[in-house]
Design a protein around this ligand. Structure first.
Ligand SMILES: C[S@@+](CC[C@H](N)C(=O)[O-])C[C@H]1O[C@@H](n2cnc3c(N)ncnc32)[C@H](O)[C@@H]1O
Length: 253
């Protein structure tokens, strides 16, 4: 079970905002460096299918696993409009073995899910078992290293002070969730036989902006993305991103 359901309506209402546009575009551009055209991909907690659709446009085959019928229907409708044919499976990570059996995939993605799950080690191991030999696992998590940044930049001093010494937070959907440290995720990945290939900090400069701002912002979006893309892969900036995007490969393959 995850705690996401309470925030689902807000998630859907805010899907088109600038915060999400930056996050999705950065993750997409980063995946372009790791997932080759033609790969098979499994997206667990795929939601509306943004990354799966992007990868299908590059010739990948996508399977989406999602417990929300509303979000899965949105994914299906967008895919149909683009004449794409993903495999859509209704259910959660808890039912993954039932849903996909013993199949493995060149790339397994799970973005925006770990923060809502009670057992990170188990979730990572469940995802890892679905990755084919030599394949990739791509996960995003709320960044525990920079938890005070958003309230601090918004001058919410009590919340900024409270963010030190904790890994829980109330997110933009109004849901209590859990942040993760890079070393914690790395330990779980290693236990499942994976080594980190690259990691990125998502939304370094734009995490404090309001959820009410929507793109396209005229020609201003591209320079925002370019600056964020550079910060996402450069120390020390990436440590302060709102989320960690971690791409790992099966060790020794
Ligand atoms: C923050 S949204 C992220 C959606 C999409 N992956 C993205 O990055 O845009 C979290 C998604 O995880 C799904 N989810 C919630 N609980 C889940 C579970 N137990 N197993 C799999 N997915 C779950 C939600 O329904 C939602 O679609």
């Amino acid at each position: 079970m995850s705690s996401f359901k309470a925030g689902e309506a807000v998630w859907i209402a805010k899907l088109g905002n600038l915060r999400n546009a930056i996050r999705q575009e950065l993750i997409g551009r980063q995946l372009d460096h790791h997932i080759p055209s033609g790969a098979t991909m499994l997206d667990v907690g795929c939601g509306q299918g943004t990354q799966a659709i992007r990868l299908m446009h590059r010739g990948c085959t996508a399977t989406g696993v999602e417990p929300s019928p509303e979000l899965l229907a949105m994914f299906g409708a967008d895919a149909e409009e683009a004449s794409l044919e993903p495999e859509l499976l209704l259910g959660g990570i808890e039912q993954l073995d039932e849903l996909v059996g013993t199949r493995t995939f060149d790339a397994v993605c799970s973005h925006g899910l770990l923060m809502y799950l009670p057992d990170t080690a188990r979730a990572i191991d469940t995802l890892a078992r679905r990755v084919a030999g030599g394949g990739l696992l791509s996960v995003t998590a709320k960044n525990a290293h920079g938890l005070a940044m958003r309230p601090g930049l918004r001058a919410d001093w009590p919340a900024a002070i409270a963010a030190f010494g904790t890994t829980t937070y109330r997110n933009e959907l109004g849901v209590e969730a859990t942040a993760h440290r890079l070393d914690e995720i790395e330990r779980h990945l290693e236990a499942s036989g994976f080594a980190i290939e690259s990691w990125y900090g998502i939304r370094v400069f734009n995490d404090a902006i309001s959820g009410e701002i929507n793109p396209p912002l005229g020609g201003r979006l591209e320079p925002i993305l370019e600056a964020e893309e550079l910060a996402a892969k450069t120390d020390p900036y990436r440590w302060l991103g709102s989320q960690l995007h971690i791409v790992a490969r099966r060790a020794g393959e």
